[in-house]
Ligand binder design. Sequence first.
Ligand code: ADP
Length: 284
Amino acid sequence: MTTVVKIGGARAVDPEGALSDVAALVDEGEDVVLTHGGSTAVDETLEELGQDPTYVETPGGVVGRFTDENTMDVFKMVMPGKLNTDLVESLQNLDVNAVGLSGTDGKLLEGKRKSAVRVKEDGKKKIKRGDHSGTIESVNADLLETVLAGGYTPVVSVPVLGKEKEGGYTAVNADADRAGAAIAGALEADLVVLTDVSGIYEDPDDESTKIDSASTPEAFEAVKSAAEGFMTKKVMAAEEALEGGAASVTVASANAETPISSALDGEGTTLEPGVLEDATEVER
Ligand code: ADP
């Protein structure tokens, strides 16, 4: 069984435990694919370059990054550039033969560019053009399986290879949780999403209300209504992963000694395929 691990991009997340855990799992012969976020690092680099990160609000009230051409350049520098290389370097120091891959490499993550976004600005609805973002439609599972079969550990970063309406491709920004979800679905893997909280809490401010697991649509409703803000995106990504064929999704804390093996052993919040309404119809 393959494990796909997504490391959070928040500042409060230290990847050290996760990386030594990847090394331990790989040493035991497990296949691990690592993927990561990095929004905070992109914002910091933009600011160092004297540019303001742009966030827009959709008419539905969801806040997201607007990735103009300059931002996309910085995104490429930071995500598959510095962050990916740092992770590969750390893994090499732990005797893991890691291989960094961007979503654009070998069409690993392919999707569609969506250049016009609906936004709400000063209370008015507008269309904003020139966004470099998109959604993932397919994963080159064969590439990952080939890399894994060679004894390497893939470290995957967004961007994604986005098809333009008028033909051709552009590298586009996509949510890293959803990238992890797409990969876990394609590999029918367990997905472990490591973040700065120890799971999904019934009351977002109270760790003692952590939901341990959900395996029915009813239990999943409770998880969905508990999640606020950024966690909403993780829950949506978890649903996509399970719909895509992932064996399980666990949201757990990155700040632990063995965060991945602990998550696979039941720490955090585990969501099982049974949470899907039509779970019996999912082919695996
Ligand atoms: P990352 O950068 O690791 O991908 P995010 O910041 O996107 O993580 O998401 C994790 C955040 O979600 C937590 O820090 C917390 O503030 C927030 N959150 C919202 N609702 C919940 C909830 N029900 N349980 C736990 N955390 C929640």
